[in-house]
Design a protein around this ligand. Structure first.
Ligand code: SF4
Length: 156
């Protein structure tokens, strides 16, 4: 029987406006799910393969990842005001932050990520319930498994 995770009773969090600290990381890797590709290509008004050629590259083992700017290694979608230019359609790995399994694996890991994410335990934080956290964890894990070319067909 698996143990109940420490966060099961909920965690206080509210993403802070004008922060962007989690995106403003040189060398960050954003893996994409199949639905991310579909959504971001549609947002760009492009055919999926054309969008992949423009905005993606691959990890060492062939998973599709978002490109970074060659000049500083930051995500191509972070604008000059440190805002995500595709926020409403952002990849589910980004949406799942800070609820990544690597951050939640222990209180120690969580305390470490809290040093970089001012949304955790912020004065305006709301209780995020364990079921919601579980959903984010699952989506982040799905993204981490990644998508490789040729694209698998999209289930709708
Ligand atoms: S670091 Fe935390 S508070 Fe800042 S943008 Fe990212 S999730 Fe929001």
């Amino acid at each position: 029987m698996s143990r109940t995770p420490w966060w099961d009773g909920g965690v206080n969090f509210a993403c802070q406006p004008d922060c962007g600290a989690c995106c403003d990381q040189p060398g960050g890797v954003v893996f994409l799910s199949r639905t991310d590709i579909q959504r971001l290509a549609a947002r760009a008004g492009m055919e999926e393969m054309a969008w992949i050629r423009r905005d993606c590259t691959t990890s060492l083992n062939g998973r599709l990842v978002l490109r970074s700017r060659p000049s500083d290694g930051i995500c191509i979608y972070l604008d000059g005001d440190k805002r995500c230019s595709v926020y409403a359609d952002r990849p589910q790995q980004c949406e799942a932050f800070p609820w990544w399994s690597e951050n939640l694996k222990s209180m120690r890991a969580w305390r470490k990520i809290r040093q970089t994410c001012p949304g955790i335990d912020a004065p305006d934080a709301l209780r995020v319930e364990g079921d919601v956290i579980r959903l984010h964890v699952a989506r982040d894990l799905e993204s981490g498994r990644g998508v490789r070319l040729p694209l698998p067909s999209q289930e709708t």
